[in-house]
Design a protein around this ligand. Structure first.
Ligand code: AMP
Length: 324
């Protein structure tokens, strides 16, 4: 029986039981878009995932690494969202992971200008004891061997393991990545990466090839064109909300993953039907992320704003049709 009740975005009530363990980079990013350019700002896959998942009030923890150049204010921000940071290693004298990217005019594609692994190069992750029994593990973008090590430290097989990755790791650590892929339930990946990983242009064929590598569920993110989830012969599609202004797409994929995994952990229902709703929550949260540079929009996003936009999502996707 549930003892505590809590509020989730979308007005769902659930029990305070499951935990979400998040792995991924905590980083400095420098971003260029057609609308402007930033110096080093807060970024990283785990950062976006954590901020997004925090909307579901599930106890969550981040396993990652930074250098002692990482400002206390960023740590305070993550702590203020009730994210357990006992698994965030701070390396004395080390430099935090740095990524820089430039978006093309369509804002759907980008070039990576620089990736400096820094402290990530010799990182050996430690899962906090009280998160070794987390029901949901969200393996955000990071070296596949680190992702693998986290799975191996769990005291029992989590109910759901979700993997996100990117072309960088396909280029430099494909064999390790393939090992991790055999151990996960869900993979979230963007369309170009799905094509690279599978060698197939058709996303339907790509999803089939990737599913044969291990994951039962394959989520393919298509930026402003929405997201697809494949499971055996079933497929579901959620559009992205048409936005008047897209300022910076960085972190949208991670924010999506945070919403997806956060919702599933909160509802403790890992069925395909519930994953469809999780995709809507992920897409909804990602639609905010792109409205400002970096994590700025996610830092102040309120429950009320999230809820209002969910209603817009519903209106966007619901229709009646007479099929007689
Ligand atoms: P997304 O736009 O969802 O792909 O996520 C962008 C975030 O991923 C940025 O904040 C980066 O710091 C982080 N990132 C970029 N490259 C990598 C990489 N090779 N491994 C892990 N994280 C990365």
């Amino acid at each position: 029986m549930c003892e505590k009740k809590r509020y989730l975005c979308g007005n769902i009530i659930s029990c305070f039981m499951s935990k979400l363990l998040i792995v991924g980079t905590v980083a400095f990013d420098a971003i260029e878009t057609p609308f402007g350019k930033t110096d080093k700002i807060l970024g990283g896959a785990a950062t976006y995932i954590g901020l997004s998942a925090s909307h579901f009030n599930v106890p969550s923890a981040i396993v990652s690494v930074v250098g002692d150049d990482f400002p206390q204010e960023h740590i305070d921000l993550l702590s203020s969202k009730n994210i357990d940071l006992s698994g965030l290693e701070i390396v004395k004298g080390g430099k935090t992971f740095f990524w820089s990217g430039r978006y093309h005019n369509d804002m759907n594609s980008r070039d990576t200008l620089d990736t400096q692994l820094n402290v990530l190069e010799s990182f050996s992750p430690k899962v906090p004891d009280n998160f070794k029994n987390a029901e949901v593990v969200m393996l955000g973008n990071l070296h596949p061997l680190v992702q693998l090590s986290v799975i191996e430290q769990m005291s029992e097989r989590p109910k759901l393991v979700v993997l996100d990755t990117m072309n960088f790791w396909m280029d430099v650590a494909l064999d390790d990545l393939k090992k991790v892929i055999t151990k996960v339930d869900v993979i979230t990946i963007n369309d170009e990466e799905a094509r690279q990983l599978s060698g197939e242009y058709s996303l339907v064929k790509a999803a089939r090839v990737i599913a044969e590598m291990g994951p039962k569920y394959v989520v393919i993110k298509k930026g402003e064109h929405g997201a697809l989830i494949f499971n055996e012969d079933h497929v579901f599609f959620a559009p992205a909300l048409p936005l008047e202004e897209v300022f910076d797409p960085t972190g949208a994929g991670d924010t999506f993953a945070g919403g997806f995994s956060g919702f599933l952990a909160a509802t403790e229902d890992y069925s395909f039907e519930n994953m469809k709703t999780a995709i809507i929550h992920g897409s909804n949260l990602a639609s905010f992320c792109v409205e400002k540079f970096g994590t700025e929009r996610m830092q102040t996003l309120s429950r009320d704003e999230v809820r209002k936009r969910l209603m817009q999502f519903k209106a966007l996707t619901q229709f009646d049709i007479d099929l007689q």
